[in-house]
Design a protein around this ligand. Structure first.
Ligand code: CA2
Length: 156
């Protein structure tokens, strides 16, 4: 069974923990990536974490996930969630089970954040849980792909 999941973060998420803590909290992108790696390891999975401020590079990451036969994708495409048909099309094309995450509750914010193109290509969406949404997304993704939690001490 494929064991790698891609965790993709889009534009400005490299700023996590440095600005707007009232909206995005105090945790940094490094904290998010560590949380994802630890959570993935609990299911015998490896989280390959990428961030880009460029739409095309995010498309390339999705293609790479397909080429490397990744088991799943967790994606927070940031502002591109609300604008990018290209990211929607890439996710739809590769048919890798994907979960969309947003740190903030996009439905409690401006109306232009209420629609997500990437959500339409994901099997689930989480928002408003802060960075814990990434942990919850990996738990849900693991269940979807049949990766079982492994006992402490037995992790790779
Ligand atoms: O809530 C989320 O995770 C978002 O995807 C974050 C995006 C926003 O455009 C989406 O509507 C919701 C923006 C990411 C900006 O990240 C920053 C983090 C810290 C400081 C400033 C921006």
């Amino acid at each position: 069974m494929a064991r790698t999941i891609y965790v993709l973060n889009g534009p400005n998420l490299n700023l996590l923990g440095t600005r707007e803590p009232e909206t995005y909290g105090h945790a940094t992108l490094a904290d998010v990536e560590e949380l994802c790696k630890v959570t993935a390891s609990q299911f015998g999975l490896e989280a390959d974490c990428r961030q880009s401020n460029r739409e095309g590079e995010l498309v390339d990451f999705i293609h790479e996930a397909h080429a490397r036969k990744a088991a799943g994708i967790v994606i927070n495409a940031g502002g591109y969630s609300h604008t990018s048909i290209a990211l929607h099309d890439a996710l739809a094309a590769v048919k890798i089970p994907a979960v969309e995450v947003h740190v903030s509750n996009i439905y409690a914010r401006e109306s232009f954040r209420h629609h997500s193109f990437t959500a339409k290509a994901a099997f689930a969406t989480l928002c408003g849980f802060g960075i814990d949404g990434y942990r919850l997304a990996i738990n849900g993704l693991a269940a979807k792909i049949g990766a079982r939690e492994i006992a402490a001490g037995a992790k790779a």
